[in-house]
Design a protein around this ligand. Structure first.
Ligand code: KG4
Ligand code: ZN
Length: 342
């Protein structure tokens, strides 16, 4: 089944061609340069940039896969969660295309789609692993920190979520208050590599209290240390800043990995999934791998390119929904900006 996937929920416009487990093309236009000067995503700017890009990106995805519109079997589009104005751009474009080409259109939950990213591959590469269910998935990004039990590729039950900031948001806010720019995940990881995580020991919020998360207090901890040590007066590559980045990252990683493993034990999982933009973090990947091994679990993590937002994961989940006979979207279908998985 050849599927065109489309994604515009936040600040990446993306399109992808996916067929039977293989990603034939994955085109992503990031808007990060447009939003950087504001220190975060500006919804109005995001919608406008999606509108400018969606047609071109879709054509490019078809071209790069060497396919044409009339070869498609269906279209998948992110229906939520995300910024409503941004979501509507790909949704309306997808509706028009599906109507004109007489193709079924399926609406995809962006967070669920992240969890399917480890299970697709590129043509000519080893085929993606076929997992044994149930799995527990931790989707950790700029907008979400959610734990799910997956009974199959389509059946998700939410086990935990963040009560305030997402982990990626914590990285971004911490980087901003340390004067490191936006987005913050990658820059904190790079600084942390030079730092000692034991010098500034930050709290591990809710470490042993259930499967929900809370990250908003951590940035206050960082801010206090930043002020007390007068770090604003130091150059950006100062080793003390690196120690603070390392201390912060170690706290986030410990909380994420501890809860992922606790959820696996509670759900009787046969494997664990780590996905979303923050899953690109090397320290997190290594810690999760070590903990999973200790617990006798296989860990599934997407390649770096499929951790961040992309449309291949949307096409993948969409293909499975259509194959399972889920009813296609009506032309009147709405976007769900706060779409929660049950
Ligand atoms: O999945 P994603 O591209 O978009 C959302 O759906 O939010 O995730 C973006 C988030 C940002 O908060 C970014 O700072 C974080 O992922 N991120 C990282 C790393 N790379 C990206 N966080 C920690 N370490 C990284 N290497
Ligand atoms: Zn995402």
């Amino acid at each position: 089944m050849l599927i065109l996937g489309l994604e515009s929920s936040c600040d990446e416009t993306a399109a992808s061609l996916y067929e039977d487990g293989l990603v034939l093309s994955s085109v992503i236009r990031s808007q990060v340069d447009l939003h950087r000067q504001y220190g975060g995503v500006v919804p109005e700017i995001a919608s406008r940039a999606h509108l400018e890009a969606v047609d071109l990106i879709s054509r490019k995805a078809l071209d790069e896969a060497g396919r044409t519109l009339n070869q498609l079997d269906g279209i998948a589009v992110t229906q939520g969660p995300g910024l409503v104005g941004a979501l509507l751009v790909a949704m309306n474009f997808a509706k028009g295309l599906a109507f004109a080409a007489n193709l079924p259109l399926t609406g995809v939950n962006h967070v669920k789609a992240h969890a399917l990213a480890p299970f697709m591959s590129l043509p000519g590469e080893d085929t993606a692993p076929e997992p044994q269910f149930p799995l527990v998935a931790l989707v950790v990004s700029g907008g979400h920190t959610n734990l799910y039990r997956m009974d199959d590729y389509l059946t998700f039950t939410q086990l935990g979520r963040t009560r305030d900031d997402a982990a990626g948001e914590a990285f971004d806010k911490t980087a901003k208050l340390m004067g490191l720019g936006y987005p913050g995940g990658q820059v904190i990881e790079t600084m942390a590599e030079r730092g000692d995580p034991e010098i500034f020991r930050l709290p591990r919020p809710m470490l042993r209290e259930g499967l929900d998360f809370s990250f908003s207090g951590l940035k206050t901890g960082v801010l206090t240390l930043y002020r007390n040590h007068k770090l604003a007066e130091k150059p950006a590559d100062d080793i003390t800043l690196c120690h603070l980045a390392a201390g912060f990252q170690a706290a986030v990683v410990e909380v994420l990995v501890t809860k992922l493993m606790a959820a696996c034990a509670a759900a009787g999982a046969k494997g664990a999934v780590l996905a979303g933009g923050v899953a690109a973090n090397g320290a997190l990947r290594r810690a999760a791998e070590k903990a999973a091994k200790k617990q006798g679990l296989r860990l599934y993590v997407p390649p770096l390119a499929w951790c961040a937002d992309n449309a291949a994961m949307i096409a993948h989940l969409g293909a499975r929904q259509l194959a399972a006979g889920q009813p296609p979207l009506e032309l009147s279908a709405e976007a769900f900006p706060r779409w929660q998985v049950a």
